[in-house]
Design a protein around this ligand. Structure first.
Ligand code: GLC
Length: 710
């Protein structure tokens, strides 16, 4: 083999040999510039207005791409391939969080579907639209366990439970990455924000997170450890300060755990400006020291802090960063570029937008995922609507488009959005419908009340479409007050006083405190923010064409004074004392709450064996009968409850779930295989899994089964 032969350009050469060959040819300057990510154009998200780099070097490692057509990307890529010494392709990334042009429900809503296969399909469609538009890498999924609805970013994750975030994180990775990363419709996933960002103090964004080592291991790390098993290509290091050491300078999480304990060989990119922000967080005196801390901790790519491009070469020369550390970060980036096939296929083929976006099959998945993510919170029998002659559709969400998309709406276009009023009108063809906006989301203007009240007086039933604007949740959207806005409550009070049946349809990116709206509503449908194609699902649920099947992935507090409030809490020292004196200590709606138009009866639990040894597996079975009047999809949740352990455990922990269609009158048998060590054991503050002899309860519905571990 001639030494000058460029092994790295030969696709028949094993990947790791190509990486080492290319790495061996790179200068320090070339290595340093690879570890930077700039934007190509200006950022389209108001939170991160970076200074655009005008003359992007051909050797740049990665760019955030805001286009929907590949031409600009291909021009930039040709610059890299032809004007750089080694012709290393650029890695293009973007926040395709819950869709690219076809916009799916926000991830918190998707979790309420309890249908990982459907979530995977949605992510696969997102990957196809994203890849064919010129982007190789999405900064998704977010798998931050979050229990504080004041934090706007609860909208972007999969709720309060570690296992739920793990399973949906895996599903998203499978959807995005497909069978092989170099497939023409696969993109690299990015698990974020590593780690513990969801514990943001008092729901404020970018702040301190008090996370004990025990909680780090038993709550915030499991979604990452499990999602990595699906082969996630990358992670994003977080903004938050993890009990004194920020996520983007935390050697313990980024290297000791991620690399040394879990053996992850993929890429870590910082969050936007997270390296620079180490100065604000008080651990770096300047941008140079911030870069040193981040790289040495394990952050491979500097997203828009301009620390690495300015100081890494100097830091290596001064031995503040070992050349081996620099090489390892470059190695991880090159591996991903080879895995994505960028050396062989650096350019995105041209496709017609009409063939790429919003394909018929994609819209069907979007509608189905919207339908399955919606949660019927309350119903006194008013729903489904039966032969209603006159229906009033009222509220700021009724004839709204953009706010249906929620946060991180990608390239979703308002013209694509199916509005609630249209969906309901299309569905209820025999019903006369009157619309009145009534009020805006906020403010004091009651001038629209009169028209709304007239419509309500005219109608037999009133549908009130209320809640949050799409940009009230998501990044940098912490709300200290999460009650339904006063103007909306006042409108509800006036309409309630008329005495007609009221159905409340909620659009929101976080659990809300609903207050008097609950008693003023005969039924409450949590629509969340369903994306471009959710209106038909709402209409179908109202008409009874669709039997609602969503269940909450995050608790609704009765009052914001209760926050944090979540299901898998530890038990109190006093079971009958310590409660609030001024109100209930119970949530408004619990985790996994969700009503159906039918009824399910659960049989007794059974187990393949009830006395178990460590390392064994056990099969737990339960039969569920649909003894109601409608076909329906039921999600069976299996929890483990260990009342006595050397480290106290949550009162119950979700360990399995399964959602199935059960036709009316029929019975389905659900079987779950549990691994004694993994599923019945617990973890200590070093991440060591331990299994103790003694009783462990399996809980499904209101049924319990005791297992004995010897
Ligand atoms: C933002 C977000 C992160 C996103 C990144 C790139 O600040 O924290 O979730 O992926 O920057 O836009």
């Amino acid at each position: 083999m001639k030494p000058t032969e460029k092994l790295y350009t030969d696709p028949t050469v094993p990947l790791d040999i190509r990486v080492e060959d290319l790495l061996s040819r790179m200068t320090v300057e070339e290595k340093v510039i690879q570890l930077n990510q700039y934007t190509l154009g200006t950022n389209d998200i108001e939170n991160n207005k970076g200074v655009e780099v005008k003359n992007i070097p051909a050797e740049i490692g990665s760019l955030i791409y805001f286009g929907t057509e590949p031409e600009l990307r291909n021009r930039m890529q040709r610059h890299a391939m032809e004007n750089s010494r080694l012709g290393i392709p650029i890695l293009f990334g973007y926040d395709a969080i819950h869709g690219f042009r076809t916009i799916f429900p926000i991830p918190l809503a998707q979790a309420c579907s309890w249908n990982p296969a459907l979530v995977e399909q949605g992510c696969s469609i997102t990957a196809q639209e994203t890849k064919q538009s010129g982007i190789d890498w999405t900064f998704s999924p977010m798998i931050d366990v979050s229990r504080d609805p004041r934090w706007g970013r609860v909208a972007e994750g999969y709720g309060e439970d570690p296992y739920a975030n793990a399973i949906f994180g895996q599903a998203a990775v499978r959807g995005y990455q497909g069978k092989k990363l170099d497939d023409s419709i696969s993109i690299a996933a990015c698990l974020k924000h590593y780690v513990g960002y969801g514990a943001s103090e008092a729901g404020r964004d970018y702040v301190y997170t008090e996370i004990s080592r025990q909680t780090l291991w038993d709550t915030y790390l499991p979604p990452y450890e499990i999602s990595l098993r699906s082969g996630a290509a990358s992670l994003m290091s977080s903004f938050n300060n993890i009990s004194g050491i920020p996520g983007s300078a935390n050697h313990y999480t980024l290297t000791e755990i991620l690399r040394n304990k879990w053996g992850f060989r993929g890429l870590v990119v910082s969050d936007w400006g997270a390296v620079l922000q180490l100065i604000n967080q008080g651990v770096a005196k300047d941008l140079k020291e911030a870069g040193k801390l981040a790289l040495n901790a394990g952050v491979d790519i500097d997203m828009m802090s301009h620390s690495y491009d300015k100081y890494l070469k100097e830091l290596v020369a001064e031995k503040e960063v070992e050349p081996t550390v620099l090489d390892e970060s470059v190695r991880r980036l090159l591996r991903l570029k080879f895995q994505l096939g960028l050396f062989e296929n650096p350019y995105t083929p041209k496709t017609e937008a009409s063939a790429r976006f919003r394909r018929t099959a994609s819209l069907q998945v979007a509608e189905e995922l919207s339908a399955q993510s919606m949660v019927l919170l309350k119903n006194d029998g008013t729903l489904p609507l039966h032969a209603v002659k006159r229906l009033a559709v009222i509220g700021p969400m009724a004839n709204n488009d953009h706010d249906m998309l929620g946060c991180w709406w990608g390239h979703g276009e308002d013209k694509d959005i199916h509005k609630l009023l249209d969906g309901i009108t299309d569905e209820l063809k025999k019903t006369e419908i009157r619309y009145a906006k009534g009020c805006d989301f906020l403010g004091e203007d009651e001038s629209g009340f009169k028209e709304a009240l007239q419509a309500a007086k005219w109608a037999d039933v009133v549908v009130m479409c209320m809640g949050e604007k799409g940009n009230w949740s998501g990044e940098n959207n912490s709300h200290a007050d999460i009650t339904l806005p006063q103007i909306q409550q006042r409108l509800m009070q006036k309409i309630h006083a008329i005495g007609k049946k009221v159905i409340l349809v909620l659009a929101n990116g976080r659990p809300l405190v609903l207050g008097s709206a609950v008693d003023m509503s005969n039924a409450i449908l949590e629509m969340w923010q369903p994306g471009t194609d959710g209106a038909s699902a709402v209409a179908g649920i109202l008409s009874g064409r669709i039997n609602p099947s969503g269940k909450l992935a995050m608790t609704f507090p009765y009052s914001q004074g209760q926050i944090p409030i979540y299901y898998n809490r530890r038990s109190s020292a006093r079971s009958n004392q310590g409660f609030y004196k001024d109100m209930t200590s119970e949530p408004l709606y619990s985790f996994a709450h969700g009503l159906s138009y039918t009824h399910y009866s659960y049989g007794e639990l059974s187990a393949s064996k009830t006395t178990l040894s460590k390392g064994e597996k056990v099969k737990v079975s339960v039969s569920v009968t649909n003894d109601g009047e409608h076909d329906g999809m039921e999600t069976v949740f299996l929890y483990v409850s260990d009342p006595y352990s050397r480290i106290s455990r949550p009162v119950k922990e979700l360990k399995r779930f399964d959602k199935r269609m059960i036709r009316k009158g029929e019975t389905e048998n659900f079987e779950f295989i549990l691994d004694v060590n993994r599923d019945l054991g617990f973890v200590d503050d070093q991440g060591n899994l331990f299994v103790e002899a003694g009783e462990v309860k399996i809980c499904i519905g209101d049924k319990k089964l005791s297992l004995e571990i010897k």
